[in-house]
Write a protein that binds this ligand. Sequence first.
Ligand SMILES: [Zn+2]
Ligand SMILES: [Zn+2]
Length: 352
Amino acid sequence: MANTMKAAVFEKPGTIRVKQVPVPEINDDQVLIRVKYTGICGTDWSIYNGWYSADKLPMIAGHEFSGTVEKIGKNAKGLKAGDKVTADINMACGTCFYCMKGNTLLCNEFTQLGIHTDGTYAEYVKAPWKQVHHLPEGLSFEAGAFIEPVSCVIHAAKAMDAKLGSSFVVIGDGLGVLHARMAVLRACAPVIVVGNNKKRLGLAKQMGADYTINVDEVEDPVAEVFKLTSGRGADYAIEAVGKTSTYEQAFKMLRRGGTLSAFGITAEQDVMNVRPFEFVLGEKKVTGSCAGVGDDWTDAMVLISQGRICPEPLFSMKVPLEDLEWALHELRENPTLFKVFVSPDITEKEML
Ligand SMILES: [Zn+2]
Ligand SMILES: [Zn+2]
């Protein structure tokens, strides 16, 4: 095989160059994977704009991916060339206080493939063999590239642990659509999704949401949620937008004793206004969740392959690696797009 490959390098904020770079070299504990698809994520937009990981540039971004095993390190077990795979992107040291507790996402040395180290907007990527997962039989490469976001949603759902019969409000119609699906699977009711994109709110309904609230069409979304929850507010609320204003709104939508799940990533320095009173006399709670890790990945694969989560209606378009930068902008401007995949193997755009 050649020792150079095509890659989309995020050189500095606002600049992506598709060029030839060395193929990653693997050590005994790593696997080289030939990338098939990478899903474009909001995090890529943040990296592109220099809002996130700016100190890591130049870097090849891309972390929601599928592909086939190309080469395996000496210590790798259970993998062979040609296997259809994806990989858990979360890297931890394994020895710090948090790793010892099993909270690898909180590791002192925590890094993520494609976010802090070179990722999958390229022909090849390397990953630790222990984090490589075989795609279940019959799962498409597109669905394989969607396991990562589903694992994040599952991680948040486990942290929140919503009880059967609970009312559940999702703020955000991006991954919020999947949070709504998870709430339905946990037998929450009613499940309410708040957003401003008609197409995506329609997808939320398709995923089983009972009600959608378009913020452009109502005076006060908080009042709407109260109307739908017997005037009490929701048992659970999840913020999946990443803005202080929607966090404050989510907190107001909770009933006394309710739980807020923090999912949307705000800017690091953002601060929200919450009255401590609400925690004390209102006994409200907050759970955080930063990614999907470990068995969140296997659970995501089970839910997709068994048809509990059918992501296909969310897949909008495939583009060649050369069109990544265009697609990043198009996703901002075209409200009909949801998930866009990038591939080093295709030369033409394709709508899905
Ligand atoms: Zn992502
Ligand atoms: Zn650690």
